[in-house]
Design a binder for this molecule. Structure first.
Ligand SMILES: Nc1nc2c(ncn2[C@@H]2O[C@H](COP(=O)(O)OP(=O)(O)OP(=O)(O)O)[C@@H](O)[C@H]2O)c(=O)[nH]1
Ligand SMILES: [Mg+2]
Length: 446
C-alpha cells in the first residue's frame, strides 16, 4: 500500500533527519522535495500547497524538543499533518434512532460496491448490528446473483429485487423487510455506470428519497487517483455523501485519492478496501493510514514520547503548585489549560472523566474559541499581574480587555473563576494533604 509514495517520502525526509541543525532554508528545501513527491503521487495541487504551508509553519514555529533532533521533529509534524489531511479522527457511521439504519452504497461501475456492501455487512454483523443486504442493482441478473452469493458466503440475508424491476420499489421493500425482521442495518447495493450521468443520479436520488438513508457511502477505486476525487465531488453534488470507501488500496494506488478526498470534498474516508476477501475492509483510521504512508513509526513514537515527557514535567510542576507549597497563579492556569487543550476536543475528554457528563457543562464553555479568548486575556497581562491577580484594578482590567480584544466583563469573569479555583484548590490541599492528582480542571462554568 502506497509503496512508492512511502519510499520517496522517506528519502525526502531522511535528508532532513540526518542533520543536527536545521536552518530555515534547509527546511524549505526539504519541504520542496516533499511537495514534488506528493504531486507525483497525484495529490491535489491545492491540498498539497495547504499541507506544506501548515507543515512549514509548524516546523518553523514549534518549540524545539531537546531530546530529539529537529529533523525527527519534522517527521512527526509531517505525520500529524498527513493524518489531518485525512480527517484526523477516526470516522464512524451514523445510526438511525430507530432501526434499521440504512446505508446506501453508490459508485461507478466496477469500483467495488457489491464487494464492499458484503464486506461491510460482515463487519457490522461482528459488531452485533444484525445487518441485511439489499440487491438494488437490477440491470443485470448477474449483479443480483453476485450479491446473493456473497451474502451466503458472509451469512447475511439478502433481499433481492427483481431483474429489470424498479430499484426504488426494491429498496423500499427491503427496508420494510429489514424492519419487520428486526435488523439493525440495511445495506443497499446499487447499480454503477461507466461515468456520472443524469439517469444514474436521478435513480439514486429516488432511492435516497424513498429510503432516507443515514449513510450514503461512495465506493471509489483508489487506483484512479485524482479521478476518484472528481467522482466524489460529482456524487456529492448530486446526492450529498456522508463518506467515502476507498477500495483497492492493496494495489499500487499512488496515494493521491486517499490524501486529497477529504481536503477537496470535505467528506471523510470511512473505510478502506484492502483486498478481494470478505475480511479485507478496514475502518479508515487517519493515524494508521498516515503511519502506513510515512513508514517512520519509530521516529513518530520517539517524538511523541519526548513531547509526553515535557508534558509530564509541566504537570509535575503544576501538581506541586496545586497540592504542594507553591502558589497557583494565572500562569499555571494557562499552562494547565494548554495541556488540556492538547489532549483533544473537550467533549471527548469529558467523556473520559467519570461523572463529568453529570456536571452539565454548557456546550459553549467547551468551545476551543473560548480557550483562545482566555489565553488572549492572560497573555495581555504583565508577568507580575499573572502572578498576583489581586493587583488588577479597574484600569488594569480595562487595559487587558483592550489588549486582548475581549470585553471587560469577560476579564472580570475569568478572574472570578480563577479566584474560585484557587479557593477550591486550597480546600483540596486540606483534604488530600498533598496526595493525588490534579483532579478535574475547571472548564469555565459561570
Ligand atoms: N484487490 C482488491 N479488489 C477489490 C477490492 N474491492 C473490490 N475489488 C474487486 O473489484 C472487482 C469489482 O468489484 P464489485 O464489487 O463487483 O464492483 P461493483 O462496483 O459492484 O461493480 P458493478 O456492480 O459492475 O458496478 C471485483 O473483482 C472485486 O473483487 C479491494 O479492496 N481490493
Ligand atoms: Mg455491483
Amino acid at each position: 500500500m502506497f509503496d512508492e509514495l512511502s519510499s520517496k517520502l522517506d528519502s525526502a525526509l531522511s535528508k532532513l533527519r540526518q542533520r543536527g541543525v536545521l536552518t530555515e532554508p534547509m527546511i524549505k528545501e526539504g519541504l520542496r522535495e516533499v511537495r514534488r513527491v506528493l504531486l507525483e503521487a497525484d495529490v491535489n495541487y491545492q491540498v498539497t500547497r495547504d499541507f506544506l504551508n501548515r507543515v512549514q509553519e509548524r516546523a518553523l514555529g514549534e518549540a524545539v524538543i531537546k531530546a530529539v533532533s529537529p529533523g525527527q521533529q519534522i517527521v512527526k509534524i509531517v505525520h500529524d499533518e498527513l493524518a489531518n489531511l485525512m480527517g484526523g479522527d477516526r470516522p464512524s457511521l451514523t445510526w438511525a434512532p430507530s432501526p434499521p439504519t440504512v446505508v446506501l452504497v453508490v459508485g461507478l461501475q466496477g469500483s467495488g460496491k457489491t464487494t464492499t456492501a458484503a464486506k461491510l455487512a460482515r463487519r457490522l454483523a461482528r459488531e452485533g448490528r444484525s445487518p441485511m443486504l439489499a440487491a438494488c442493482d437490477l440491470q443485470r441478473p448477474a449483479a443480483i446473483e453476485q450479491l446473493q452469493t456473497l451474502g451466503r458466503q458472509v451469512e447475511i440475508p439478502v433481499h433481492a429485487g427483481e431483474f429489470g424491476g424498479d430499484p426504488v420499489v426494491a429498496a423500499q421493500a427491503a427496508r420494510d423487510q429489514a424492519r419487520a425482521g428486526g435488523h439493525g442495518v440495511l445495506i443497499v447495493d446499487t447499480a454503477g455506470r461507466l461515468q456520472i450521468d443524469e439517469p444514474l443520479m436521478q435513480e439514486l436520488g429516488r432511492i435516497k428519497d424513498a429510503v432516507d438513508p443515514q449513510e450514503i457511502l461512495l465506493v471509489a477505486d483508489a487506483m484512479t487517483g485524482q479521478e476518484a476525487v472528481k467522482i466524489a465531488q460529482g456524487f456529492d453534488d448530486a446526492l450529498g455523501l456522508t463518506g467515502v470507501v476507498l477500495t483497492k488500496l492493496d494495489g499500487d494506488a499512488r496515494g493521491g485519492a486517499a490524501l486529497s478526498i477529504r481536503g477537496v470534498t470535505g467528506k471523510p474516508i470511512k473505510f478502506v478496501g484492502v483486498g478481494e476477501g470478505m475480511d479485507d475492509l478496514d475502518a479508515a483510521d487517519p493515524q494508521r493510514l498516515a503511519g502506513r504512508i510515512l513508514q517512520m513509526g519509530d521516529v513518530v513514537g520517539l517524538v511523541e514520547r519526548a513531547q509526553l515527557a515535557i508534558d509530564e514535567e509541566e504537570q509535575a510542576k503544576l501538581q506541586e503548585k496545586v497540592l504542594g507549597k507553591g502558589r497557583f497563579t494565572l500562569e499555571d492556569f494557562l499552562t494547565a489549560m494548554r495541556q488540556v487543550q492538547r489532549m483533544g476536543p473537550m467533549e471527548q475528554i469529558l467523556k473520559l472523566i467519570p461523572g463529568a457528563s453529570r456536571l452539565n457543562v454548557p456546550a459553549a464553555n467547551l468551545d476551543p474559541k473560548r480557550f483562545k479568548h482566555v489565553e488572549a486575556i492572560i497573555l495581555s497581562m504583565t508577568p507580575e499581574e499573572r502572578r498576583r491577580p489581586d493587583i488588577l484594578n479597574g484600569s488594569r482590567r480595562l487595559r487587558i480587555a483592550k489588549g486582548s480584544g475581549r470585553p471587560v466583563a469577560e476579564v472580570n469573569r475569568l478572574l472570578k473563576q480563577f479566584k474560585e479555583m484557587q479557593q477550591f484548590m486550597k480546600q483540596m490541599k486540606g483534604m488530600m494533604g498533598g496526595l493525588g492528582g490534579l483532579g478535574g480542571m475547571p472548564f469555565g462554568g459561570r
